[in-house]
Design a protein around this ligand. Sequence first.
Ligand code: ADP
Ligand code: MG
Length: 153
Amino acid sequence: TSLRQGFLADESATLQLGATLAAVLHGGIQLQLHGDLGAGKTTFTRGLLQALGHPGRVKSPTYTLVESYSLPPLTVHHFDLYRFADPDEWHDAGFGDYFATDTLCIVEWPDKAGSCLPPPDLALELSVCDAGRNYRLQAFSETGHQCLSRLAT
Ligand code: ADP
Ligand code: MG
């Protein structure tokens, strides 16, 4: 299994996709989120975080660059690199240190960090289609493939 795709008819379907992914993701994984402004990347992340037990708001890290959520045994780091002017900001900010065996890293606008960002385990691409969204979820590592195969069952 290396690819899953489908249509998300409304916001609740995007939240549900996040919740579905939450059930198979674990520490040490990097999930990259691709798609234009308003495609649903933060909405998806909100569904994922709430399914992992985060009770409060999920604010877009557009200005803070990263929001971290302690959800034992996992810590989720939600990055939004939209405002990066240069990929080297990834190193300047010390973001490499956020990757660990007990952290799940979710990255909006990963291309802004260029090759400073390690390759992802999984990438989700969201695009506007009529009143809803299309999604493509792709695995890029053995770990990512394992997650997708657990989704399929
Ligand atoms: P991004 O983080 O990609 O910029 P957001 O998640 O902040 O996007 O905003 C997406 C907007 O689109 C929100 O207003 C949300 O309610 C809406 N939305 C999310 N998923 C869907 C969907 N499947 N169909 C229609 N609207 C959606
Ligand atoms: Mg966003």
